[in-house]
Ligand binder design. Structure first.
Ligand code: URA
Length: 269
């Protein structure tokens, strides 16, 4: 039987997934929540109920792993997106470290990602892995996700073809990525390509207009760079150096040391 306490946690968690971070509570509710909190603490477990400090905050209820698991389950049946009827049904969530300092956000899964159930595992993903390695990071250290959790559909004859998600598809998935950011609270966010940048910043503009400076999403420093697929199409030294300069900025922000060699990558010799 579901207890009142479990029901409360479920309800608060549901509100959190919908974007609500704070909830006013009256004195009676506050005192009940405080007692639950104390019970949870004295029984040795982690807090099973929200902090009762006037504003009940569901973020205090669950570990990051639990929040992500909850979001993953929620995303799998996310009606606002699936209800559009323009996205395929296999949900591809995210990969990497829930406690990552760096969160990378792409556009949407493609053929390979849908097949393997993981973001950035195709050609663009292989290039992304190389970029991370050059930075001295591994895939397992960072958190990699997409704004759109479903591969955009092109009908029955789609085969291996992919298309970019529409504004409507992005808008439908936006609450999920926003909740992921709230759960992880990385030290910085790197948007791979214009689609994720525009979604997280809520603005328009090309990658060249948006890159080159720090911006913010939910108060977290955010940097924009070209999508790895763009680099696969444009192998010029200029494009590679631009991306690398963005990565150097990210490394500085993360407090990583930068070698002389790393400083010089893709510069004319
Ligand atoms: N491109 C993206 O934006 N995301 C992926 O997961 C794969 C390719």
């Amino acid at each position: 039987m579901t207890t009142l306490r479990q029901l409360t946690v479920q309800t608060l968690t549901h509100l959190m997934a919908g974007g609500q971070e704070k909830l006013p509570v009256d004195d009676e509710a506050r005192s009940i929540l405080r007692q639950w909190m104390l019970d949870a603490r004295t029984s040795g477990g982690r807090a099973a109920v929200p902090e009762a400090s006037g504003k009940s905050n569901t973020a205090d209820v669950m570990s990051v792993e639990e929040k992500l698991e909850f979001l993953r389950k929620k995303a799998a049946h996310w009606k606002p997106a699936l209800g559009l009827g323009t996205l395929r049904e296999t949900m591809v969530f995210a990969t990497g470290n829930p406690h990552a300092r760096l969160m990378l956000v792409g556009e949407a899964p493609g053929y390979d990602e849908e097949r393997l159930g993981e973001p950035f595992v195709g050609k663009a993903g292989q290039l992304l892995n190389k970029i991370l390695t050059a930075m001295g990071l591994s895939r397992a250290e960072v958190y990699i996700t997409n704004v759109c959790k479903f591969r955009p559909s092109m009908g029955a004859e789609q085969g291996t073809a992919n298309r970019a998600p529409t504004r409507e598809e992005i808008a439908a998935c936006l609450p999920l990525i926003m909740a992921e950011i709230r759960a992880i609270r990385p030290m910085c966010i790197l948007c791979l390509g214009g689609t994720s940048a525009k979604a997280l910043l809520g603005c328009d503009g090309s990658v060249s207009a948006l890159r080159g400076r720090w911006m913010e999403c939910q108060g977290i420093p955010l940097r924009v760079t070209y999508h790895p697929s763009y680099l696969l199409r444009n192998e010029s030294m200029g494009a590679r150096r631009s991306v690398w300069e963005d990565m150097l900025e990210v490394m500085v922000r993360l407090g990583m040391s930068i070698s002389e060699r790393q400083q010089q990558y893709f510069l004319p010799q």
